[in-house]
Design a protein around this ligand. Sequence first.
Ligand SMILES: [Zn+2]
Length: 229
Amino acid sequence: MSAYEVNRISMGMVNAYLVKTEKQLFLIDTGLAGKQSIARIEAACGRMGRSVGDIDMILLTHTHHDHAGGAAECKSRSAAPILLHKDEAEVLRFGISGFPAGTNSLVRFMVAVAKKRQKGGTPFPPAEADIVIDSDLDLHNYGFPGVAVPTPSHTAGSLSLLTDWGDCFCGDILFNIFPGTVFPPVADNPEALTSKWSLLLERGAKLFYPGHGGPIERQRVERELQRRA
Ligand SMILES: [Zn+2]
């Protein structure tokens, strides 16, 4: 049995996660900006016998607005430090999330339409990162039972959080919303995705918790890797 509890906070299309250890509470991603996200995070904290004010650290898998939108509010309510990859820090500081590239023709078309409508990107409340990393970081010193692993692909600073028990919070480098595939519909560097999946499998990931959709068993990722090889 693992020494922590995982709570998936489903916010419509996107997930955030809470990881509760005996003493601490970690929030992975924060949903869209706005009252609804914070209410769902608060409710999830409540189910774990805690509140948003008890969050000890906010870990961002990347800074697309649907993952980092609630970061400023969560930080101001909890005074928790925000951890992210250095290549995401500027986006969070300015609160403008750019458009990722589509990985298929339909999504490329949809992204082009969105870009026309909202030039420059999607704004969200800015926040300052506190722990900025550019290589693996052992998180045990912070009380988190695992390691942060840079997995640049979906964005330049995509980060995965891998626990000692093989739970892997991987943000948008895997998607679980389309039948038959876990390949993300958007990625800045789609060619890099499969090598990052392989890296996480080699490092012992057993169950992936993606930013969109339910958990993904490692066997499913292995099958998709074989198919794409
Ligand atoms: Zn994303």
